[in-house]
Design a protein around this ligand. Structure first.
Ligand SMILES: [Zn+2]
Length: 431
């Protein structure tokens, strides 16, 4: 097997105990080129109906290249452009062999899963390899009605486990007459796609066994737009939205969290540009694949974030998260920088000035000796110098309150600083 488990035996027992008996299934809807502000102003009863149960944000931010090829690869592979290699709509340079679609990953553990893609955009159908679909259906670009009809047919198959449906009409309207909420044809396109979404959802809810199935619905766009185009780094191109709906998804409404300054300045730009501490709390595009994958393989007890060989950038928004790193914590701790090459600082709230203890483990669970440079009431700085590149878990104990944080050590990452400074517990470690 290509993957490696990093969970301890104890956690595996816990996670298996939490498994629900209903088969877990995934519907991913892609609506190309839909500005967040326009979506909020449009009349979209079907999207609105999904907001209440799960996660939603109108303040998600595109951390990569605001072009469809790279963006949909972020969304479907769960990694950014520096890994999947797609930087344009020509799809040249793609590395789907090493970083495939989430469906391919799910089938590594569950080969019998059945997955269908319905897409209006030909490059997504013709230029992507190793995507794992059992059936790839190409429908006329921007038409909507045949797209919904193909999705309805796919949903009639009782054995269906994963369905991706992609609509292009909004992006086409933006290119034709402007990505702008004051453009009536742009708004009409959004409302038209919402109508088609209604058709798809009705077919989902009409599945004979729907009551005994555990579906999550993940919906997002790939980018916004400015004028009649996109591909740059302005906020209205980068500001996107994200809906994760279903009983298995965390109940959360997230507003205002921008992972930081990450305008596209050349490849590879991502690792150094993004504040990873804020990224952890913000829905971004790579989270779609990881959440979908986690749901599909949930009964195997594996959290995709823990599979080292998969090297995913996204995170799972499922309610029950089994990894060491994501155990629900009472303490709020920020880690910076992450990835790091040597010094890593952790900021936390410690009003009672409790004693701060820590331990560091490798991804395999082995205790390693990492000395502290600073230990203060609100800050701990560790020196990872001399440790091999890889994922480490820092277990903090502050006055009996425990939390575990994950950090990636990489010799090419920025160097940290060892200055005892002001209280960073409210600034997420952002400088
Ligand atoms: Zn476009």
């Amino acid at each position: 097997m290509k993957y490696k488990f990093s969970l301890s035996a104890f956690l595996l027992v816990v996670s298996f105990a939490a498994i629900a008996s209903q088969p877990r299934k995934v519907l991913v809807i892609g609506i190309d080129g839909t500005r967040s502000d326009a979506l909020q102003q449009a009349n979209t009863p079907n999207l609105d109906g999904l907001l209440a149960n799960g996660l939603h944000t109108f303040d998600a931010w595109h951390c990569g290249i605001t072009v469809s090829g790279p963006s949909w690869s972020d969304i479907m592979c769960g990694v950014w452009e520096n890994k999947h290699g797609v930087t344009s709509n020509s799809y040249t340079g793609s590395n789907y062999a090493q970083y495939p679609y989430f469906v391919t990953r799910a089938k590594e553990l569950k080969p019998s899963l059945y997955a269908v893609q319905v897409t209006e955009w030909a490059p997504m159908s013709d230029l992507v390899s190793n995507d794992g679909w059992d059936q790839k259906i190409k429908v006329p670009d921007g038409a909507g009605t045949p797209t919904a009809a193909a999705a309805v047919t796919a949903l009639a198959n009782e054995n269906l486990d994963a369905l991706f449906v992609y609509f292009d009409a909004v992006d086409l309207a933006g290119h034709a007459s402007g990505f702008n909420p004051s453009n009536p044809s742009y708004m009409a396109a959004i409302e038209g796609v919402d109508g088609h979404l209604g058709t798809v959802l009705n077919a989902l809810y009409a599945r004979p066994n729907y009551a005994n199935e555990d579906w999550i619905i993940l919906i997002t766009t790939d980018h916004g737009g400015i004028g009649t185009g996109h591909g740059g780094g302005t906020d209205i191109e980068r500001n996107i939205w994200w809906i994760g709906s279903g009983n298995a998804i965390q109940q959360q409404t997230i507003t205002g969290t921008d992972p930081g300054s990450y305008q596209y300045t050349g490849f590879p730009y991502f690792v150094e540009a993004v504040d990873t501490a804020i990224l952890r709390q913000t829905p971004v595009q790579t989270d779609i694949a990881v959440t979908a994958l986690h749901h599909l393989i949930y009964d195997t007890g594996t959290n995709p974030e823990d599979v080292t060989a998969w090297d995913l950038d996204g995170k799972s928004w499922l309610k029950t998260i089994t990894s060491v790193a994501e155990k629900p914590a009472e303490l709020s701790v920020s880690v910076y920088p992450n990835p790091a090459s040597d010094l890593v600082s952790l900021w936390f709230e410690n009003k009672k000035n409790s004693r701060v203890n820590y331990a560091v483990y490798t991804n395999e669970g082995k205790l390693v000796n990492v000395p502290s440079v600073i230990t203060s009431q609100n800050k701990l700085t560790l020196n990872f110098e001399g440790n091999a590149d890889g994922i480490y878990f820092i277990k903090l104990n502050i006055g009996g309150n425990e939390v575990t944080k994950r950090v990636l050590i990489n010799q090419t990452a920025p160097k940290g600083v060892a200055t005892p400074d002001h209280d960073h517990s409210n600034c997420n470690g952002k400088h």
